[in-house]
Design a protein. Structure first.
Length: 291
């Protein structure tokens, strides 16, 4: 009995860990294989991509580039204004993350800590908008922005985020409700205003949830294709996701260069997730909330 309890306290053995890691590795292969294939293709020559006559049979050995063509990356960056696309995307990401997280935090604090008439109804209506597909409001929203003279600018892609995101508001509201109300009451007795309580007490305690919202918004803006497709008509203002589509339209036969550009597009998201995955998971895990 003592030996069994000791083993339970020590956790899984080395062989059990190896079996778990092997199972996880096998289960991750379907998701990892397209990424591996993209990176592999980015180093290939056109002759190897198309095979003998363009109809060569598939083989696992064909994943390895023969020969290696690292110059595909430099050619991809010079075929289109890649650095301009990156700069435009980073500007949009910085603005949208600031707007979305800041706006959502303010609204969420009102739902979580302030008592006003119709609060629960307003919160329910706000949550209900998450079930509304974007295609339903696409035409009236486009007509609104065009009538405001915003077509062809970044304003339609940034200004709406000032009102926050329904998902982020829900996430932060649930998190704010988990914070002890006694701290806010003590600060209010000391003469602190709601804004001071929010900015100096609630926000510093909410870094995991705020970081999670920031990561979601960054990835959403980085991968956004439909928004620029609707509102941006100047090639010098294209973000990276839409710029890659233009690369395919203008240079559709250069698959190696296209895969190289796609790899460069994917790397920042992968690096960001690996560095921030602990904060990301912590932010999601601590937003169970209470009503």
């Amino acid at each position: 009995m003592l030996g069994r309890r000791s083993r339970e306290w020590l956790g899984p053995t080395l062989s059990q860990k190896l079996m778990i890691y092997a199972a996880l590795l096998i289960l991750s292969l379907p998701a990892a294989l397209p990424l591996v294939w993209m990176v592999s293709t980015s180093f290939k020559s056109n002759a190897q991509i198309y095979g003998a006559g363009g109809s060569g049979p598939f083989s696992w050995s064909s994943i390895i580039p023969q020969p290696w063509m690292p110059q595909n990356y430099s050619e991809a960056m010079h075929t289109v204004p890649f650095l301009t696309y990156v700069q435009n995307t980073l500007v949009l990401c910085a603005v949208n993350v600031t707007f979305a997280v800041g706006g959502s935090a303010v609204v969420a604090y009102g739902f979580a800590r302030l008592k006003f008439w119709g609060r629960d109804v307003a919160f329910f209506l706000m949550i209900s908008t998450m079930a509304l597909p974007g295609q339903v409001t696409m035409i009236p929203v486009f007509d609104l922005f065009r009538s405001l003279g915003w077509y062809g600018t970044y304003l339609p892609l940034t200004v709406p985020h000032l009102a926050g995101s329904a998902f982020f508001i829900f996430l932060l509201t649930q998190f704010f409700r988990t914070l002890p109300a006694e701290m806010s009451e003590a600060a209010r007795l000391d003469g602190a205003s709601d804004w001071k309580i929010f900015s100096q007490l609630v926000l510093p305690l909410s870094k995991p949830a705020l970081a999670t919202c920031a990561l979601f918004q960054f990835m959403g803006t980085w991968n956004d294709f439909f928004g620029p497709l609707l509102y941006i008509n100047d090639p010098n203002k294209y973000p990276l996701a839409y710029g890659l589509q233009q690369f395919q339209s203008l240079h559709g036969g250069k698959w190696a260069q296209l895969m190289a550009a796609s790899t460069l597009f994917t790397i920042p998201i992968i690096v960001l997730f690996f560095f921030a995955q602990k904060t990301f998971i912590q932010g999601i895990a601590t937003t169970g909330g209470k009503s």
